[in-house]
Write a protein that binds this ligand. Structure first.
Ligand SMILES: Nc1ncnc2c1ncn2[C@@H]1O[C@H](COP(=O)(O)OP(=O)(O)OP(=O)(O)O)[C@@H](O)[C@H]1O
Length: 242
C-alpha cells in the first residue's frame, strides 16, 4: 500500500464574519496521488489549499508524515508541502534572485528539520536544474534575469512553477490552477513534466493536489478527484466522466 503523506482531519474554515466556507474536510493524500480538487468558483478550493499549506487559519488537524506542522516547524513543513500560487504577486527583483533567496533559507537545511533522518545531506538547490525545468516549459533562459514585473502572465506562471520544482525539496505540491494563464501547448508541457516527475522513483515529488476548472485537464492528470460543494466535501470513487 502506498505511503500516507498528508492526513486532513475535519478541516473547517470560516470567513471573517463567521460564516463557513467549507467544513469537515477529511481525506488522506498518499504517495503517487495527483488529487484533483474541483468545485464551483467561490466554493473554497484555494482556501482549502492554503489551509493545507498552513497559510490560512483552520479548525481540525493536518499531519504530514504523522506530525503536525507545529511539531515539524512551520517553515520546514512549508518546504515539504509547498503551495504554488497562480501568479507571483508583486515579487521584487528577478526569478533568479527569488530562487537564490529561497535556496538560502535555513528551513531547507536538514540539520534544522525535525523530519530529517540520519544521513540526510544538505542538498544545495541547483539553479541549472531550475533552468532545465523552465526550458521544458518553453521559457527562454534570459527570462530568469528579467524583473518579475516585466514578464507576461503566462511567463510568470510557468516561472513560479519552475522555481518550485527546481528547488527540489517539495514532496507535496499544492497547485492552484497552475495553467490558468497558459495556452494549450504550454499547459500540456506543464502537465507532461509533472506527470513524468510523479512517475520517476528518483524524484523528490511524491504527490500533488491540483486545482483546475478544466474537466479535460483533470482527467489527463488526476488519479483521485475531490469535489467541494455547499453540502460538503466528497471524493468521487473515480472520475465520473470516464
Ligand atoms: N481573505 C478573505 N476574506 C474574506 N473572504 C474570503 C477570503 N478569502 C476567501 N474568501 C471567501 O471564501 C470563499 C472561497 O474562496 P476561494 O478563493 O477559496 O474559492 P475558490 O473555490 O478557490 O474560487 P475560484 O474557483 O473562483 O478561484 C469565497 O466566498 C471568498 O470570497
Amino acid at each position: 500500500m502506498s505511503e500516507t503523506l498528508l492526513q486532513l482531519r475535519e478541516i473547517s474554515c470560516s470567513r471573517n464574519d463567521g460564516s463557513p466556507i467549507f467544513s469537515d474536510a477529511t481525506f488522506n493524500v498518499n504517495d503517487g496521488d495527483v488529487l484533483v480538487l474541483r468545485g464551483k468558483s467561490g466554493a473554497g478550493k484555494s482556501t482549502l489549499l492554503k489551509c493545507v499549506a498552513h497559510l490560512n487559519v483552520y479548525k481540525g488537524e493536518i499531519l504530514f508524515r504523522g506530525k503536525s506542522p507545529k511539531a515539524i516547524g512551520v517553515p520546514t513543513y512549508r518546504t515539504h508541502v509547498l503551495y504554488v500560487p497562480q501568479r507571483p504577486s508583486l515579487l521584487p527583483g528577478t526569478p533568479k534572485d527569488f530562487f537564490n533567496t529561497i535556496s538560502s533559507f535555513s528551513s531547507r537545511d536538514p540539520k534544522n528539520s525535525r523530519l530529517s533522518k540520519k544521513g540526510d545531506r544538505n542538498v544545495v538547490p541547483d539553479f541549472n536544474q531550475a533552468i532545465e525545468v523552465g526550458r521544458s516549459f518553453g521559457l527562454d533562459d534570459e527570462l530568469w534575469d528579467r524583473e518579475w514585473g516585466s514578464l507576461s502572465g503566462g511567463e510568470s506562471q510557468r516561472m513560479v512553477l519552475a522555481v518550485a520544482i527546481g528547488l527540489d525539496a517539495a514532496e507535496v505540491l499544492l497547485l492552484d490552477e497552475p495553467t490558468s494563464a497558459l495556452d494549450p501547448e504550454s499547459s500540456k508541457s506543464v502537465e507532461t513534466y509533472l506527470t513524468n516527475e510523479m512517475k520517476s522513483p528518483e524524484a523528490t515529488l511524491k504527490a500533488i493536489i491540483w486545482i483546475t476548472h478544466s474537466e479535460e485537464q483533470g482527467r489527463r492528470v488526476g488519479t483521485r478527484f475531490v469535489e467541494i460543494t455547499a453540502d460538503g466535501i466528497r471524493e468521487e470513487p473515480r472520475d465520473p466522466e470516464v
